[in-house]
Design a protein around this ligand. Structure first.
Ligand code: NAP
Length: 328
């Protein structure tokens, strides 16, 4: 089923970039339609606890509260929010088509892609099977299951350090498995984790295997330990019941594959200079999906603002879609 109404702009994604683009295009009276996603509206910050570095909140603010504010602000300026996923995009021509999980095809003169990024996987053979059975990508979501137990966190960046610190609220010991010889996290976070009595950092180590055994209730296997190997080849078996993987993210670009140019190295959507203009006219991109480097809530929000302004200029300069379509 296809809507006949042609929106000025459809925004795909509801992290800081998507909602900020919604606030700005809403204030520009473009009545943005935001496809916020079915399962994880609000993006990565929904899985975070205190956000201490978002300006304007000197005492910090919980990630989900911050995203609720973003959403409310976008709605205040007339953004229509649908909690659906986009499943297919047709980005060519003056009228873009966005197919959503509700079965509708939404039409728009411009599209902002702000689909964020997805958790990187370790690539171990039983990773998928153990997910939700002791293996997790989100301490905020699953940490409380590990009260008085030992857990491991993999990674040495801000995400891993944040996960490790959060898990100290529950776990007796948190083993932080870092493949490099130092933490890559920001100094303030690194210092906090290194000073924490319940975190044990294992440098130059990787998880070679995750041990599991059958659960008593017959619901498959659950994590019972990890086998680590260090740079000298020393092997250790650590009895943990939880493994949290925080080794970074990859941009979510499957929806635009073959339609937009991607960066060869990072896989991010390519944009022109400091703008949000992609390789396709009328299609703009913002947030983590274009950013291999900074990936902060504030930089994502700023790039959502850039995309909104680029859309405004594009719409002002291009003929209304029905006229362009007729002359095409
Ligand atoms: P990241 O900075 O890219 O760090 C990824 C970590 O995982 C690195 O230590 C990396 O090791 C390790 N790693 C990657 N692949 C691995 C593998 N296969 N096996 C073992 N280890 C592996 O990712 P991030 O921590 O998710 O952070 C991403 C961005 O978000 C950063 O800019 C960060 O500052 C930001 N962030 C900020 C906050 C905050 O300010 N509160 C919170 C979270 C994230 P190598 O160093 O050896 O590559």
């Amino acid at each position: 089923m296809s809507e006949t109404h042609i929106h000025d702009v459809i925004i795909i994604g509801s992290g800081p970039a998507g909602y900020t683009a919604g606030i700005y295009t809403g204030r520009a009276n473009l009545k943005p339609l935001i496809l916020a996603g079915m399962l994880e509206p609000g993006g990565e910050l929904m899985k975070t606890t205190a956000v201490e570095n978002y300006p304007g909140f000197p005492e910090g603010i919980d990630g989900p509260d911050l995203m609720e504010n973003f959403q409310a602000q976008a709605e205040r300026f007339g953004a229509e929010i649908l909690f659906e996923d986009a499943t297919k995009l047709d980005l060519e021509g003056p009228v873009k088509k966005v197919t959503a999980t509700d079965g509708e095809i939404y039409l728009a003169r411009s599209v902002i892609i702000s689909t964020g990024s997805a958790h990187r996987k370790l690539g171990l053979p039983n990773e998928e099977a153990l997910s939700g059975r002791g293996l997790s990508y989100c301490a905020t979501c699953d940490g409380s299951f590990f009260e008085d137990q030992e857990v491991a966190v993999v990674g040495g960046g801000d995400s891993a350090v944040e996960e490790a610190l959060f898990l100290t609220k529950f776990a007796t010991t948190v083993h932080l498995i870092v493949r490099g010889d130092k933490l890559r996290a920001s100094k303030i976070m690194a210092d906090r984790v290194l000073a924490h009595g319940r975190v044990r950092v294992r440098y130059e180590s990787e998880i070679a295997a995750i041990a599991s055994c059958a659960m008593a209730n017959g619901a498959g296997e659950a994590v019972v330990g990890i086998k680590t190997v260090d740079r000298s080849g020393n092997i250790d078996h650590v009895p943990v019941s939880g493994v949290f993987i925080a080794i970074g993210n990859d941009p979510r670009t499957s929806l635009v594959a073959g339609q937009l140019e991607l960066d060869r190295f990072s896989g991010c959507i390519k944009v022109m200079g400091r703008s949000s203009q992609t390789s396709q006219r009328g299609v703009f991109a913002a947030g983590d999906v274009i950013d291999p480097m900074y990936r902060q809530a504030i930089t994502a929000a700023a790039s959502g603002c850039v995309a909104a302004q680029d859309v405004e200029h594009y719409l002002a300069e291009s003929a209304p879609a029905h006229l362009e379509a007729a002359s095409a």
